[in-house]
Write a protein that binds this ligand. Sequence first.
Ligand code: NAP
Ligand code: 8YV
Length: 332
Amino acid sequence: MPSATGGIRNITMTRPRTGKLPLLQIGRLTDATEDRLHQEYSVTALWEQADQEKFLAREGKRFRALVTAGGVKVPSSLIAVLPALQVISTRGVGIDHIDCEAARSRGIAVSNTPGVLTDCVADLAFGALIATARQLATADRFVRGGTWLNMRYPLATRVSRKRLGIVGLGRIGQAVCKRAGGFDMEVRYHSRSERSDSSEEYCPSLLDLAAWADFLVICVPGGKETRHLVSEAVLNALGPQGYLIHVARGSVVAEEALISLLINGQIAGAALDVYEREPNVPTELLELENVLLLPHIASSTKETFADMETLLMDNLHSFFAHGQLLTPVIKD
Ligand code: NAP
Ligand code: 8YV
């Protein structure tokens, strides 16, 4: 059995002598990658099975690899019916949809696709920040609706030289910070630990950061540890002149509180790429003009999806060829 890191120690190579390795796919990939997956593995798509539970009870023992994508859950109950599973490979950097504890306890290696999506997510975060402050979507509706024929569009909010608070100065947070430099913004950040490689000011208190910031950009992982990290109190501290830019995970922000603060003008506006119950977006949000609503597209470019899926395939190849993942998420 490979170690949880997919490391070389104690590995038993389980590639069949003939034929392709049996792989269970539960998350859709692009057509090009699915073609490649079928060429290299014996792929079963779980969604094609009429009765998935019965199928897994009968055939689950065959699968050595599981392929998923962000949002397509890998709970302990699924891991339990895959007794021969050695590796889970997911597209995307977030791993909150995978029960990593259950995988670790079985010695199953888990890989994600960090880094290759960082620029696109930061581009989207910064674009959403500008779009929200300068009301680009509302202004577009103003022109299309013919309202411009009767009045001037109201004044919006400046971005340049404003204060940017980054929650989570990891790969994506740092890329957002880099973009803020082009707009002469002052940056501070909050995370659990101060970074020795950053010259930006560290804020040990998220409340203090929110009270200071004009724009608060959320770039932390989802999961139990960060659930409602951006609480009602944090949003209140951001205040009626402050904007929330959220490209992390729906679970990180107290959505109900956010909605009522937006309705009451207690925060100025928000750009949301992620929600607590995706793809369901609360109707109250749909009716608000001071919110930019995006359908979880921060990494969604042809180039980045190709890069993520290449890394997903390379992880599987490396695991079965060398017993090592390129980008393991479970560390010993
Ligand atoms: P990363 O490099 O691991 O950065 C995560 C940052 O969050 C680190 O700075 C970490 O610093 C901080 N952090 C972690 N837990 C925290 C906590 N409890 N309180 C405060 N700070 C905390 O990850 P990344 O590659 O930047 O990705 C970040 C997340 O973005 C992903 O996990 C994913 O959920 C989300 N994402 C969304 C999209 C989208 O399509 N919208 C696309 C890609 C990624 P410390 O460890 O010092 O706390
Ligand atoms: C994708 C993401 O939407 O990487 C993540 O964590 O949220 C996004 O890149 C998706 O997860 C890709 O499968």
